[in-house]
Write a protein that binds this ligand. Structure first.
Ligand code: DP6
Length: 360
């Protein structure tokens, strides 16, 4: 056996590469408010999308003379991006204890999104999930006795962006501890197994009402929940909605699904409006679209509803089997409310995947 100290000085340095794609997700029960370090004050449920994703490749090269400073380069869509690099450096610093190899390797991280930067789609969930999976994958290559641990990947993604923990697995994910669901946790998300077929064909058509950056970020919004006058009531409501949504998803109950989904979206924006300081992210066209969607549902008796992220854009949720009725409605009544008629047709997806050949 050759001990590493006896290796010739010009021995080639070890290099590992990992490449992962992770989806964005849309929450039905919303995560809003944090406790401790990146833990949620309430449980949330989302489904993974399919067309909106981040792809991240990491090349890790063993450092000749490692020191306390991490060596990380970040390229977004082919270009060096210092703003993102600083955020990622901070993040990586928080997970060195989980992945100690990081100190001994120089990391080149290359990332790109399937959706345009200014589309109003939040990229933090998909980008943090893809990054966490790629970082973990490299650890498993260094130590081949390790298997990819999805809980660990979800935990690492959460430390970068809370909602990112729900972007590792596909379909429906629950994040946050609830007593009735033994595998649930505040530290990672769990894929929900009991799903009626109706909810496994959902479409999410994203109406881009305004693609511009929001005036108040989600992270700032979470912080305002700390002293929010309705905090305790919100925690109770989210727990109740989580229980009820699990039942709807199991039984295929779309009427209650609509009730919970729209109530959650409007509660989220209500909480923003009566935070201190108060702020609004919905725009006049957001409200007009909501009125038209509700009117269309009442007149046609169709299972369709809306949700909102922390922004003005509408996510139109409906089972694929009614697409032929919904598409003309979008074209005729909703497109004109969108910035430059922009709409993204997305649907429920199967979760993150490795982009390396011969790999899980
Ligand atoms: C309204 O996960 O973006 O989309 O943990 O600070 O990164 P950080 O926040 P983030 O918050 C998402 C909030 C939400 C609701 C949700 O996805 O559950």
């Amino acid at each position: 056996m050759i001990l590493s100290e006896q290796l010739p000085k010009n021995q080639a340095t070890k290099t590992y590469t990992a490449s992962w794609q992770a989806p964005s997700n849309i929450a039905i029960v919303k995560y809003w408010g944090k406790m401790g370090f990146q833990q949620p004050i309430n449980p949330s449920i989302s489904f993974s999308l399919s067309e909106s994703y981040t792809q991240t490749t990491i090349t890790a090269t063993e450092r000749k003379e490692p020191n306390n400073r991490l060596e990380v380069e970040f390229f977004f869509e082919g270009e060096r991006n210092e703003t993102f690099a600083n955020r990622i450096l901070k993040y990586i610093d928080t997970i060195v204890a989980d992945l100690p190899y990081i100190q001994y390797f120089a990391l080149k991280i290359e990332s790109s999104n399937s959706f345009p930067h200014s589309s109003g789609i939040a990229s933090s969930a998909s980008s943090m999930a893809a990054l966490a999976l790629a970082l973990l994958d490299i650890q498993n290559q260094i130590d081949p006795s390790l298997q990819l641990d999805y809980k660990m990947a979800s935990h690492l993604a959460r430390l970068g962006s809370g909602s990112g923990c729900r972007s590792v697995k596909g379909r429906w994910n629950l994040w946050g501890k609830i007593d009735s669901y033994t595998s649930s946790s505040n530290l990672y998300s769990t894929e929900i197994e009991a799903i009626h077929p109706l909810f496994n064909t959902l479409n999410d058509t994203i109406l881009i009402i305004d693609p511009n950056k929001k005036s108040t970020s989600s992270t700032q919004g979470h912080a305002l929940m700390k002293n929010h006058p309705y905090k305790e009531a919100r925690i109770q409501q989210a727990n109740k909605h989580t229980q009820e949504l699990l039942e709807c998803l199991k039984l295929g109950d779309f009427d209650n699904f609509i009730q919970i989904t729209e109530n959650e979206a409007l509660t989220l924006h209500g909480l923003m409006m009566n935070s201190n300081p108060s702020y609004t992210l919905m725009l006049p066209n957001t409200l007009e679209a909501i009125a038209r969607i509700r009117n269309f549902r009442t007149q046609n008796h169709l299972p369709i509803c809306f949700t909102l992220d922390a922004g003005p854009n509408i996510h139109l949720i409906y089972p694929n089997e009614i697409s032929d009725k919904v598409t003309p409605f979008i074209q005729q009544q909703l497109l004109s409310l969108c910035a430059n008629d922009r709409v993204i047709y997305d649907h429920i997806g199967t979760g993150a995947k490795s982009l390396m050949v011969n790999h899980e």
